[in-house]
Every structure is written in C-alpha cells, then in structure tokens.
Design a protein around this ligand. Structure first.
Ligand SMILES: Cc1cc2nc3c(=O)[nH]c(=O)nc-3n(C[C@H](O)[C@H](O)[C@H](O)COP(=O)(O)O)c2cc1C
Length: 182
C-alpha cells in the first residue's frame, strides 16, 4: 500500500471536490493519503516521505493560481523523481472548438515549463459554474463564458460539468504508474 500526497488549489470548491474524490478512491483501495490545500500546507510536510504525488489546480484567466505555481516550482527537484500526476480544472475544455482545446493544453504545458515539473500523467477535467458563490459582476462574466461554450445557464442554479468516470480513470492510471518499474 502506498503513501500518497495530494496538493490542490481551489477558489470555488470544484478542484477541492475532485481532490477529495481521488483521495476517497485511493483510501478505499487501502492507500494512505494526505491531502492539503496549497494555501495551508504545513511547512513540515516533506514530499520525499511519499511514494506518489497528485497536484490539482483550476484555470483562472488562462493560468493557474500563483501560490500553487510557487509551491510546485520550489518542489520540482523532488517531484521529478516521484511518480506524479497533474489535473487541470477549467471550463474551456467544454468547447467543441479544437483551438479552445489547444489553448487549454497550452496553459498546462506553459505551467510545466514555468515550474520545471513534467509529470507523466496529466489531464484536464471540466469544472463547474457556481453562481451561488459569485458576485454580480462575476455572474455576468461566467454566463458569457458558458454561452461561448454552447451552454445556456441560469443564475439561480450551479452547474457541475466534471466527468467522474474520467476522474476515476485518471486515478487508475496514476496507480498503474506507481506499481510499474521506476
Ligand atoms: C474569474 C474566473 C475566471 C475563469 N477563467 C477561466 C479561464 O480562463 N479558462 C477556463 O477554461 N475556465 C476559467 N474559469 C472557470 C474555472 O476554471 C472553473 O469554474 C473551475 O471549476 C473553478 O475551479 P474551483 O472551483 O476549484 O476554483 C474561470 C472562472 C472564474 C470564476
């Protein structure tokens, strides 16, 4: 059984929800999991004590939260020698347009180049629109963003687009890496 670390950033809760889902699956399979929001990860947590690391982050204005980027960059040496995986959470991935898909992949590749961490496993999950947590201004922006993706939304609902089967598959792929030759 492996000891695993999950670190995530999340402003409106969807990346946290996905991280908790992955953690629950791993625990159910008998693994030991420590899970932290990057904003409150204790200094005493040492990546070298884990056999694998999973990092998740949401896309905000075509990039990932600065705090998470900083944490990954400062741990890139140790992350490079561990089985590790990354998931991005965004809405652009819902667009059918190939150039929008390319843009989302480009955001991830730019993050890898900037942090000097290049995990073997990475993926992009569709996130959520949580009107209940947005202010007036953000509601209008997100409504327009959803429309661009071909989705008609209403302000009095929250919308979750995450494909949980895809999250499950990602977890399986990571475990496969962990059990494979290093
Ligand atoms: C202010 C704001 C900016 C966003 N910018 C982008 C973006 O540039 N590209 C994108 O695909 N999704 C964007 N999104 C959608 C978020 O990535 C999506 O809602 C995600 O589920 C948020 O994750 P979280 O709940 O963990 O914070 C944006 C959302 C907000 C509220």
């Amino acid at each position: 059984m492996a000891r695993l670390l999950i670190v995530y950033a999340s402003k409106h809760g969807q990346t946290e929800k996905i991280s908790n889902f992955i953690s629950a699956e791993l625990v159910q399979m008998g693994h030991f999991v420590d899970i932290f929001d990057v904003e409150s990860i204790p200094e005493t947590v040492s990546v070298k004590n884990y056999e694998g690391v999973i990092i998740g982050a949401p896309v905000y204005v075509s990039g990932f939260p600065a705090h998470l980027k900083k944490w990954v960059k400062s741990h890139s040496d140790i992350l490079a020698i561990k089985p590790s995986g990354f998931f991005s959470v965004c809405l652009g991935v819902l667009e059918n347009d190939e150039s929008a898909q390319r843009d989302e992949r480009h955001i991830v590749q730019k993050f890898f180049n900037e942090t000097n961490w290049h995990p073997k496993q990475w993926t992009i999950f569709a996130g959520s629109i949580t009107y209940s947590k947005y202010n007036w201004f953000l509601k209008r922006i997100m409504h327009a963003l959803a429309k661009k993706s071909g989705t008609d939304t209403e302000y009095d609902h929250d919308y979750e687009y995450t494909d949980w089967n895809k999250v499950h598959q990602f977890t399986e792929n990571l475990l496969h890496d962990l059990s494979g030759p290093r």
